[in-house]
Design a protein around this ligand. Structure first.
Ligand code: SAM
Length: 303
């Protein structure tokens, strides 16, 4: 078993456990098990009859499972939340937590291809059963698709030039590894290279794992799955993700017609928003764990 601190340090731990308002006999879902830091804290608050469903699409996370009969590990994308809960004969739960993005473990394992610190294949898949990798995207996306991806998911300021450069360079020699990529685009790196590549890699990672699509699908299922009084707690790590959560919580739906009816007063928002402004890590947490710096926690309760 991995040591928690090696695999991942849980972010906003006390705040998110408090957010869930855990009932000892309740049923909870940790959508992003990872190193299991949040799950272990949930288990400490659950009694013998409580239950925890822990989702993670990365097989590596399994290594961190506690020997505890109250836990059911679901090695799936959380976008299939309702389907897999039903498979376990569960229709309603009392709390759902998602701590989005990649774990430190994924980021620190060179061969996963998430970090510019190493040279490895341009992979970036959280779920290794998936076939699409970052290298495939660099090879097959049109110039316009690359441009939009870097602009929308990485907020890369020269995304158009970057896309054009990738298209030109890949025609000469394939971009398969992180070093291939760095060399191919080195002439267009703008500003601080570390920051630039972090934004570019963020965009690729979001695309490879369809992170926003999965988040939207998860959120859309939560009003159906949560019991009255049940809590939803979502930790995001960049403004684009936070905006998705914030927008969803305003109406409890992404479906335009439903949202219109909410605003038109016909349907009531199924949620009470607990955090008008998201909770942020304390200065002490940010110092202890710099990866927590951009974290934001939003909490809502089912009416
Ligand atoms: C930030 S880490 C979670 C860390 C965890 N809370 C802890 O305390 O160790 C995110 C984890 O969620 C998983 N993950 C991200 N998106 C997912 C998705 N759509 N479905 C299932 N798992 C996902 C990743 O594989 C990763 O292990």
């Amino acid at each position: 078993m991995y040591l928690e601190s090696n695999y991942h340090i849980p972010v906003l731990l006390n705040e998110s456990i408090e957010a869930l308002n855990i009932k000892p006999d309740g049923v909870y879902v940790d959508c992003t098990f990872g190193g299991g830091g949040h799950s272990r804290a949930i288990l400490q608050h659950l009694g013998e009859s409580g239950k925890l469903f822990a989702f993670d699409q990365d097989d590596d996370a399994k290594k961190n499972l506690p020997d505890d009969e109250r836990v059911v590990f679901v090695p799936q994308n959380f976008r299939h939340l309702q389907r897999f809960l039903r498979l376990h004969k569960v229709n309603k739960v009392d709390g759902i937590l998602a701590d989005l993005g990649v774990s430190s473990h994924q980021f620190d394992e060179a061969e996963r291809g998430f970090s510019i610190r190493f040279d490895a294949a341009m992979d970036m898949r959280m779920d290794q059963r998936q076939t699409l990798t970052a290298a495939d995207i660099l090879k097959t996306f049109s110039e316009l698709q690359l441009h939009k991806m870097f602009e929308q998911y990485g907020e890369v300021t020269n995304s158009k030039t970057l896309a054009k450069t990738i298209k030109e360079k890949r025609a000469v020699s394939p971009i398969k590894t992180i070093n291939d990529f760095k060399q191919a685009v080195e002439s267009v790196v703008k500003g601080n290279p570390q920051k630039y590549f972090a934004q570019v890699f963020q965009a690729l990672r979001i695309q490879v794992n369809d992170e926003f699509g999965a988040l939207r699908e998860l959120l859309q299922q939560t009003p159906t799955v949560l019991n009255t009084g049940g809590r939803l707690a979502i930790i995001t790590f960049h403004s684009l993700e936070d905006r998705i959560v914030k927008t969803f919580l305003k109406s409890g739906t992404f479906l335009e017609t439903e949202a219109d009816e909410v605003y038109g007063g016909k349907i009531e928002n199924p949620f009470t928003i607990i955090t008008k402004k998201p909770l942020l890590p304390t200065a002490e947490e940010m110092k202890r764990n710099p990866r927590s710096r951009s974290a934001k926690l939003r909490i809502a309760e089912m009416k």
